[in-house]
Design a protein around this ligand. Structure first.
Ligand SMILES: CC(C)(COP(=O)(O)OP(=O)(O)OC[C@H]1O[C@@H](n2cnc3c(N)ncnc32)[C@H](O)[C@@H]1OP(=O)(O)O)[C@@H](O)C(=O)NCCC(=O)NCCS
Length: 236
């Protein structure tokens, strides 16, 4: 699977700004389940309305963000030998994250070792890995297999806010849908993930996670409910 973004005027402007030394603001988003442990009790400024039964529609993703993505970015499945670069990128992306405990790279490695890194996509630019997203199996209530936990999601700080995160999100959701996934769960800030179709859903919970951070996207029509249990790697 390859995803290439179109080359745009905005992209060329971004490159000019970059070469001029213009810095890019770091993000201040919550991460996945592991990061949330230190953020329990915190509340986002905005609460997404509870909705049940949403199904992912590829056209609904943030095409505006994608349009400004560097056309030299290619999103593809990780290759053998990418492990160290993915770990370094993830550590760098979460270095100044307010809720990070610095274990995100270890979580990815533990998933990989356990054979539970179901999807691992990298964004490459001129051979350099500048973004990464992971997905791993999640048990939702008594539902059959087919649910996935999304995260960690990382973009190199110097490359953030150029649409790479959106490109990775679109690619991972398409890949999960291609695999016939029932849905996807993540723990994170609704203000970021709502653009990809994720919503709070009171019928699916994550232990010790405030409901407003537990986000759900049904990738196929279903009414699965219950507690979503992430892989043990997230308990590192
Ligand atoms: C979160 C992250 C993956 C987003 O990647 P990205 O490539 O910067 O995202 P995009 O360029 O696709 O941004 C799309 C939109 O997300 C929003 N966004 C991105 N970073 C944001 C931030 N720090 N705060 C608020 N909104 C943000 C913006 O609305 C942006 O579009 P806009 O500027 O046109 O409004 C990246 O910032 C990152 O690696 N952060 C550190 C790790 C992290 O927080 N991971 C997510 C939790 S697992």
């Amino acid at each position: 699977m390859l995803h290439r973004a179109p080359r745009t005027r905005r992209e060329r402007a971004d490159e000019t700004a970059e070469s001029d030394g213009v810095d890019v603001a770091a993000t201040s988003l919550l991460c996945c389940q592991t990061c949330l442990e230190t953020a329990e009790g915190a509340r986002p400024p905005h609460r997404a309305p509870a909705q049940v039964g949403l199904v992912f529609a590829p056209r609904a993703v943030n095409l505006a963000a994608m349009a400004r993505t560097d056309s030299r970015i290619v999103v593809e499945t990780e290759r053998g030998g990418d492990e160290a670069a993915i770990a370094a990128l993830t550590a760098e992306a979460f270095r100044n994250h307010p809720y990070s405990h610095g274990q995100e790279s270890a979580v990815i490695e533990a998933l990989r070792s356990a054979g539970a890194l179901s999807v691992s996509l990298v964004a490459r630019r001129a051979g350099e890995i500048v973004g990464h997203v992971a997905a791993s199996p999640v048990q939702v209530g008594a539902a059959a297999a087919g649910w996935y936990g999304l995260g960690p999601l990382s973009v190199l700080p110097a490359r953030q806010r150029r649409g790479i995160g959106s490109l990775l999100m679109r690619a991972v959701l398409e890949e999960l849908q291609r695999r016939g996934a029932r849905g996807c769960v993540l723990v994170g800030p609704p203000e970021y993930y709502i653009r990809f179709g994720f919503r709070t859903d009171p019928s699916v919970t994550v232990a010790h996670v405030p409901p407003e951070y537990c986000l759900l996207l049904r990738l196929a029509p279903n009414s699965d409910t219950g507690e979503a249990v992430f892989h043990a790697a997230f308990s590192l």
